[in-house]
Design a protein around this ligand. Sequence first.
Ligand SMILES: Nc1ncnc2c1ncn2[C@@H]1O[C@H](COP(=O)(O)OP(=O)(O)OP(=O)(O)O)[C@@H](O)[C@H]1O
Ligand SMILES: [Mg+2]
Length: 321
Amino acid sequence: MLSLAQLKSQLPCVLKNTDFPSLGEKYEGKIRDNYTQGDRRILIVTDKVSAFDRVLGYIPFKGQVLNQMARFWFDQTKNICGNHALSFPDPNVVVGKQCKALPVEMVVRGYLTGTTSTSAWYNYSKGVRDFCDNKLPDGMKKDQKFVHPIITPSTKALHGNHDESVAPQVLLDRKLVTKEQLDYLMKVAMELYLKGVEICAKQGIILVDTKYEFGLDNNDEIILIDEIHTPDSSRFWKSATYQQNFEAGLNQDNINKEYLRIWLADRGYMGDGPVPNIPEEVIIETARRYIEAYQLITGENFVAEVGPVLERIEENLTKYL
Ligand SMILES: Nc1ncnc2c1ncn2[C@@H]1O[C@H](COP(=O)(O)OP(=O)(O)OP(=O)(O)O)[C@@H](O)[C@H]1O
Ligand SMILES: [Mg+2]
């Protein structure tokens, strides 16, 4: 594990954004800079951190952690569902198949939790018992495990808008996907989640919930795109302390950006208005947690690439420029 001093010294080197006109047409997502070259899509994962659907700052090594974690999971799940990854020319970069993204995110939840207004817990605490067509019993407590994991699809909002959770049928009514596609997405999302749960469990981790994005490749096959089972797309807790925290009504031991979300929520920030100034210690602790998550979940040592990220990426992408 990197020392706090090493994490601190990476602060000025973080990857904020990229500008490589010769890499292809650029689309700037919240976290990834995407460049399209014909049937290839080059995704550069920046060190931006977002919560409540907004970018809040930059976390050392976060892009590397995310990209390498997605790589691990793409590999572990390729027999369940094909994915876009073709190659990884840099720790922060994946070259993928350019797809037609389906306008839906498949969210799978194993536990009743969350802090945002789209979270299952928030809705449940406000009295909602039918969550995207999943009927929930009365009397559940925060962070309680569902009898069976539930799928709560959400529509992919355009830049700046909040996503909307909907019942599967709504996706059909709005003609966002076909019935055949929906059936496949529901099946595969659950299989991917259960595979994630199984692998995490061996590592002493609970994969609490997650979301998947899919796209149509050149052959109109549905494949997994973007990222999978990263701390940005998923929530992870430590198994060892789950039960005691649950019974005492304490926050779970999160090993992801939930830390930052809770830090902000404790200061009254819920996604609207000016973002509170996030102190350096909190940024560094967030970085530490991302790296810890990588090591705990994959069981692999994280080999941090220290130094300026942008220059390194430019060098590693020379053949694509
Ligand atoms: N192989 C792919 N083909 C087509 N689109 C893809 C592929 N992989 C990822 N994407 C899309 O590229 C974007 C990746 O950028 P990023 O993850 O930063 O965006 P986001 O914050 O998830 O969403 P938004 O684009 O709404 O800001 C997403 O919109 C994702 O749907
Ligand atoms: Mg994304």
